[in-house]
Ligand binder design. Structure first.
Ligand SMILES: Nc1nc2c(ncn2[C@@H]2O[C@H](COP(=O)(O)OP(=O)(O)O)[C@@H](O)[C@H]2O)c(=O)[nH]1
Ligand SMILES: [Mg+2]
Length: 359
């Protein structure tokens, strides 16, 4: 499952966003030294909604995003110890751009540029501690016996340490293939792709680009591994309280085409290069998330390891074609829209797949 950690200074709207994202899913309080809450957000997908309307299955299962928020204190160094952050594929960084006299501001006043820097520095310091701990361990291990891999690891971590000491986030480091893999095990926070969620003032929602520019943020948001999504948590709360059929009109009144929550989830997908494929039937219509470049056999393994092991063929039809033919595979077949693909086939976003396998 796709995992995201919510970070940001106090009173930026993390808990509000957490509640909004996970209102329809389960949530749990993590155990351990640091207090964290974890919840599951459903990934909105109109394609799955349409397929569900056509197949009328017993179960409708959207793709999900697991979200973690640290509820205790302790700053970024605490994040390193919380599994939900350690394993996170991405960080959602809440940035306060709204003014509200009743909500005290961590930095005194609204200053998103300096807040980004403050959070970044915390991530960098936490990573520096991890890097130093690891280098000490490597020194000890090398006394016991040398290995090429240990040397390589030391070299990569020393590169990281230098970057961190210069105040650079590791997501800006361009590493070669094997080094990227070596780094993966360390769960460096500043190496994770980051989605900056701009929590705008209500007055700015219809002109979010203008708000970003006025705050002098354009440069800070253009770094590698970084994307930005504007929303207003206060308005999102109002939307969440509306009956679903009234939401589109409410958004249109504000000059918006979709809700901020939908945009946050979509942007997380985009940032990570994630895709969705679907399985359909009378029992269940379901969306599955996979990284871009996933093969048909790996995709089968997402559903069950037996499907990957006994993989024969993937019967693939793009969901748009299937929807256009009212969910009839037979009609799609007649028009040559159903393809039989082998295990190396790279699954495309929106594929509806039926896996043929031998048990
Ligand atoms: N005016 C305004 N208040 C907000 C907005 N988002 C959150 N808040 C309020 O700010 C306070 C802190 O929010 P919270 O989500 O607990 O922030 P956290 O400390 O980052 O978890 C709460 O009282 C929220 O209701 C917003 O977009 N506009
Ligand atoms: Mg909170």
């Amino acid at each position: 499952m796709l995992k995201a950690g919510l970070i940001g200074l106090p009173s930026t709207g993390k808990s509000t966003l957490f509640r909004l994202l996970t209102s329809s899913g389960e949530s749990a309080t993590g155990s351990g030294r640091q207090k964290a809450q974890m919840g599951v957000a459903r990934v909105p997908d109109t394609r799955l909604d349409r397929l569900t309307a056509l197949f009328e299955p017993k179960k409708h299962v959207p793709a999900t995003l697991e979200v973690t928020e640290l509820t205790g204190h302790g700053g970024a160094s605490a994040l390193v110890d919380v599994s939900g952050f350690r394993d996170a594929h991405a960080l959602l960084h809440l940035l306060r751009m709204f003014t509200d006299d009743r909500v005290p501001h961590a930095s005194g006043s609204v200053d998103p540029l300096s807040d980004i820097r403050a959070m970044e520095d915390e991530l960098i310091l936490a990573d520096l501690a991890v890097a130093e701990r690891r280098l000490e361990r490597i020194q000890q291990d090398r006394k016991k016996g040398k290995s090429r891999e240990l040397d390589e690891e030391q070299r990569v971590i020393e590169t990281c340490r230098s970057a961190l000491e210069e105040g650079q986030a590791l997501r800006n480091l361009s590493l070669e293939g094997d080094d990227t893999k070596r780094l993966r095990g360390f769960s460096f926070l500043s190496a994770k792709p980051q989605l900056i969620v701009l929590n705008l003032d209500e007055a700015d929602v219809s002109d979010s680009a203008g708000a970003v520019e006025r705050a002098g943020l354009s440069g800070a948001l253009s770094g590698s591994g970084t994307e930005a999504v504007p929303l207003c948590a206060k308005i999102e709360l109002e939307i969440a309280e509306l009956p679903p059929e009234d939401r589109a009109a409410f958004l249109a009144d504000l000059g918006l085409s979709d809700s901020g929550l939908d945009r946050v989830i979509r942007a997380s997908y985009h940032l990570l290069g994630y895709r969705s494929f679907f399985t359909v039937g009378k029992d269940e219509c379901r969306a599955w998330s996979i990284p871009a470049g996933t093969s048909a056999q790996e995709a089968a393994g997402e559903i069950h390891s037996d499907l990957a092991r006994g993989f024969i063929r993937a019967e693939v039809v793009p969901c748009d074609a299937l929807i256009a033919r009212d969910g009839s595979h037979a009609a799609c077949r007649e028009h040559g829209e159903v393809r039989l693909e082998g295990k190396e086939y790279v699954v495309a976003d929106g594929d509806v797949i039926n896996f043929r396998f031998a048990t």
